[in-house]
Design a protein around this ligand. Structure first.
Ligand code: NAD
Length: 502
């Protein structure tokens, strides 16, 4: 792999300062559009991981007791700085992920929504009060922070996915250790610097760079009270099992295979636009990407033709140029995705648009794979059964709505889905019958806004609580109910019976 002359080390972030340990190893970080190594990220060993966790634990008592006014002042400041400077963050994302800058900016904006939601934490944490639940006895409820919490994030949204969690965690009074993907670790350091500039006290937001060693320490160290994980399903299952076995609260969001059903009465132009946007945006490296189109009835030929025409207009290239779609994140991932297209070809799919032969607007050593459209896919093919996580749209043809619904409900995942139709009754029936957590009706990527909660069903999420929205507030706090009576000369004396309301 070509290497630039000056290689920087991408550090951890502890106590509002960068920190490079002496004991851990490093891993190369590449620019996917050129294949050039742009840095080496520190990979923490156990001792370094403990150092970061200890900093978060030490900062917790003071942060937990900081007033809501102080916490929200810092959150508002962070929001203002982020809003002013988000292009810097977007450019960092593009340089290590590959997605085009406009898409990276979109990711930051969706993360910013959660910061804005968390700015209202004073209202969100309000409990209830009941006066005279029993004679002279009052009851009130509060929600309190948990302690140091870990966020373990995937490569595909280096800013947005951590922002699903840390604004709410911090606002609620927790301290945070963020473990980003080792494929694109720099966004987390930029965010950490921004928090420091916004006035967040040392130790409240920390970054632990690393791999399985760091993750295992976060999952087993007793100081860590909760873990929010996002990544592939096998690792999500492992994280959930290990974290909960060590007494932690865990929400582990896993993989996806999202289907879009197109009914015969749908507006096919709208549906074709949506399929292209949702299938090829961010090179298909989105957990809410549409990867399977289920064409119902006799519209399949016309729909495929419309998607083909649109796909052929897309420009694949360097995300800093005028491209629609960037490269894949690493060479290994690019080769894996291409191997699924090879397998589909061997299994007899019709290759309508072949991204393997793309002529990109970018360096020869970039990790290129163009948008790929394949038709006549069947459910026994690996291109259908596996999460591919690349720019490959498969078309399955079925005869009825029921057949389409059964396909989705038979699958292992339940993250997102969409239906395209002009029939309100059909859409309403679909939203009721489909076993999926997030549903779009004539909307291809139905990512809920920050004040709702994000999460899938089945193997797309392990744990009970979805991300952000009120569920996020509940995840990062625990409830207490206080029953109180103030001294009253008319108290009733000793009574060993079970408390009853009277
Ligand atoms: P990944 O599972 O490889 O990595 C996720 C995190 O786990 C990273 O921080 C990584 O360092 C860590 N990790 C990797 N291997 C590990 C191991 N053996 N033990 C402990 N930790 C380990 O996922 P990825 O490739 O970075 O991201 C893509 C995946 O994430 C896709 O499956 C995608 O569907 C999923 N994803 C899901 C959602 C969702 O909301 N459900 C959102 C984004 C991405």
């Amino acid at each position: 792999m070509p290497e630039v002359e000056e290689i920087r080390t991408i550090p951890h972030w502890v106590d509002n300062k960068p920190f490079v340990g002496a004991g851990g190893t490093t891993s190369p970080v590449t620019n996917p559009a050129s294949g050039v190594i742009t840095g080496h990220v520190a990979l923490a060993n156990v001792e370094e991981s403990r150092q970061v966790i200890n900093a978060a634990a030490a900062a917790f008592p003071a942060w937990r007791d900081a007033s809501l006014a102080k916490r929200t002042t810092i959150l508002f400041k962070f929001r203002e700085l982020l809003n002013e400077r988000k292009l810097e963050l977007a450019e960092i994302i593009t340089s290590e992920h590959g997605k085009v800058v406009s898409d990276a900016l979109g990711e930051v904006s969706r993360g910013q929504e959660v910061v804005e939601f968390a700015c209202g934490i004073a209202h969100l944490l309000k409990g209830g009060t009941t006066e005279n639940a029993s004679t002279n006895v009052d009851v009130h409820s509060v929600r309190q922070p948990l302690g140091p919490v870990a966020i373990i994030s995937p490569f595909n949204f280096p800013a947005m996915v951590p922002m699903w969690f840390f604004p709410i965690a911090i606002a609620a009074g927790n301290t945070v250790v963020l473990k980003p993907s080792e494929k694109n670790p720099s966004a987390a350091i930029w965010v950490a610097e921004l928090w420091a500039e916004a006035g967040l006290p040392a130790g409240v937001f920390n970054v632990l760079q690393g791999d399985k060693t760091a993750v295992d320490e976060l999952l087993t160290n007793p100081a860590v009270k909760a873990v929010s994980f996002v990544g592939s399903t096998p690792i999500a299952e492992y994280v959930y099992a290990t974290g909960t076995a060590h007494g932690k609260r865990v929400q582990a969001l896993g993989g996806a295979k999202n289907h879009a059903i197109v009914l015969p009465d749908a507006d096919l132009d709208l549906a074709a636009d949506a399929m292209v946007n949702a299938g090829f945006g961010s090179a298909g490296e989105r957990c809410m990407a549409i990867s399977v189109i289920v064409a119902v009835g006799n519209i399949a030929d016309e729909l495929v033709q419309k998607i083909k025409e649109r796909t052929l207009t897309l420009k694949t290239g360097d995300g800093t140029r005028d491209s629609d779609m960037g490269p894949l994140v690493t060479k290994a991932h690019r080769d894996k995705v291409a191997s699924y297209v090879d397998a589909g070809e061997r299994d007899g799919v019709t290759i309508v648009v072949d991204g393997r032969t793309v002529q990109p607007d970018g360096e020869a050593n970039g990790f290129w794979l163009g948008p790929t459209l394949i038709d006549n896919v069947t459910t026994d093919m690996s291109v259908y059964t596996d999460e591919i996580f690349g720019p490959v749209l498969s078309v399955l043809r079925v005869d009825s709505y029921e057949e389409a619904l059964d396909l989705i409900n038979a699958g292992p995942f339940g993250n997102g889905t969409a239906i395209f139709t002009n029939d309100g009754g059909a859409a309403r029936r679909f939203q009721n019958e489909v076993e999926v957590g997030m549903i779009g009706i004539n909307v291809p990527i139905p990512v809920p806004t920050a004040y709702y909660s994000f999460g899938g069903w089945k193997s797309s999420l392990f744990g009970d609580t979805h991300a952000h929205g009120i569920e996020g507030v509940h995840f990062f706090t625990r409830g207490k109910v206080v029953t109180s009576r103030w001294l009253d000369p008319s108290h009733g004396g000793i009574n060993l019976g079970f408390p009853q309301n009277n």
